[in-house]
Design a protein around this ligand. Structure first.
Ligand SMILES: Cc1cc2nc3c(=O)[nH]c(=O)nc-3n(C[C@H](O)[C@H](O)[C@H](O)COP(=O)(O)OP(=O)(O)OC[C@H]3O[C@@H](n4cnc5c(N)ncnc54)[C@H](O)[C@@H]3O)c2cc1C
Length: 306
């Protein structure tokens, strides 16, 4: 990577520039090596400024929300991380077609709960997903029979060459846990999103959220993880296949394939990203050998692995 112009970045971002940062402190799996710097942004203006400044000085970067869908190498990354915390919400209950506007650093659970409290239904599915709106729009997050494709009306997107644009949901060309932004690795930053809602009673929406959360508690393991490692193949479940391959409870280093849900790898405190990666490789190879199905990662793997 070309040399990072730290002096310029220090002047531009002051105390919001954190140098030589461990990604283990910013990812839900609690693993990952260092990045040269992380810029904390708390407003949309700061998010736009961070991206434009880094594009101007030709310094590569990634935008990160909750770090709940990325596995970062123990060797770290040669990019700057923009840590997005721009989280304002506007909940429109009055219009004929109610909707929720959320900045991309808003936590999905907050969007769901705040909407429910105002008697709006539509985002309950997202309440237990531990990511931000930006990460969810990027990867077409989904749960409990719904997903971004169903909920999104449009997203506001900053494109390196085209500036700020409104993208209606169709333009994102969503597929299962995938968007055109993700498939084509477009140079974009998701700024905000508007979700389609319906009127409901506060109690009804809240009950739905509670039921989804209870279901999670029963079916998914607690502890540090990146959620589901693999996408479900057509007409089957990655977790069922890994379980049937006899891998529940298998450990490498301080990482373990969960005995509760075999598509989850848990960090038993002190795991390396390599431990998780080795378990992913083992699950993929064993399932392929036993059942002839090649599982496709749902998470994004960033940086170098052996
Ligand atoms: C316990 C657990 C349970 C989970 N359950 C589910 C589930 O039920 N359904 C599901 O779909 N996922 C699930 N996930 C995965 C994850 O929570 C979702 O994919 C979530 O949407 C990721 O959001 P994030 O903010 O953490 O994204 P990150 O991990 O921070 O980033 C993911 C990708 O999105 C990009 N990105 C993030 N924000 C922006 C932005 N503003 N602009 C441009 N690019 C951006 C990043 O660069 C990266 O490429 C789970 C994860 C865990 C740990």
């Amino acid at each position: 990577m070309a040399e990072i112009p730290f002096d310029k970045l220090r002047t531009a971002f002051g105390a919001n520039l954190h140098e030589h940062v461990s990604m283990a402190n910013y990812t839900t799996a609690r693993v990952g090596g260092h990045v040269p710097a992380l810029i904390s942004v708390h407003t949309l203006e700061d998010l736009v400024k961070a991206a434009q400044t880094l594009w101007d000085v030709s310094t590569p970067f990634i935008v990160m929300g909750s770090g709940s869908n990325i596995l970062v190498s123990d060797q770290g990354l040669d990019v700057i991380v923009i840590h997005n915390r721009a989280h304002n919400l506007e909940i429109d209950t009055k219009s004929e077609m109610p909707s929720v506007y959320a900045e991309s650093g808003a936590i999905l659970g907050t969007v769901a709960r705040q909407s429910a409290l105002r008697g709006l239904s539509g985002m309950e599915w997202a309440a237990p997903v531990p990511g931000t709106v930006g990460g969810a729009v990027y990867g077409n997050a989904g749960a409990h029979g719904s997903d971004m494709k169903n909920s999104l009306i449009m997203a506001k997107i900053l494109h390196k060459n085209k500036g700020i644009e409104d993208w209606p949901v169709d333009k994102l060309d969503y597929q299962y846990r995938s968007s055109i932004l993700k498939r084509e690795k477009m140079p974009v930053v998701i700024l905000s999103a508007i979700f389609n809602m319906t009127r409901s009673s506060r109690e009804e929406a809240w009950e739905k959220i509670k039921a989804f959360q209870e279901y999670r508690k029963e079916t998914q393991p607690p502890g540090a993880s990146i959620g589901s490692m693999f996408k479900n193949p057509v007409d089957d479940y990655a977790g069922r296949l890994i379980d049937a391959a006899g891998l529940k409870g298998r450990r490498i280093g301080r990482a373990m394939i969960s005995p509760i849900h075999a598509n989850f790898v848990i960090n038993l405190e002190g795991a390396s990203a390599q431990d998780i990666w080795e378990l992913m490789k083992l699950a993929r190879e064993t399932v392929n050998k036993k059942f002839g199905i090649l599982l496709e990662p749902e998470i994004e793997v960033l940086g170098k692995f052996d």
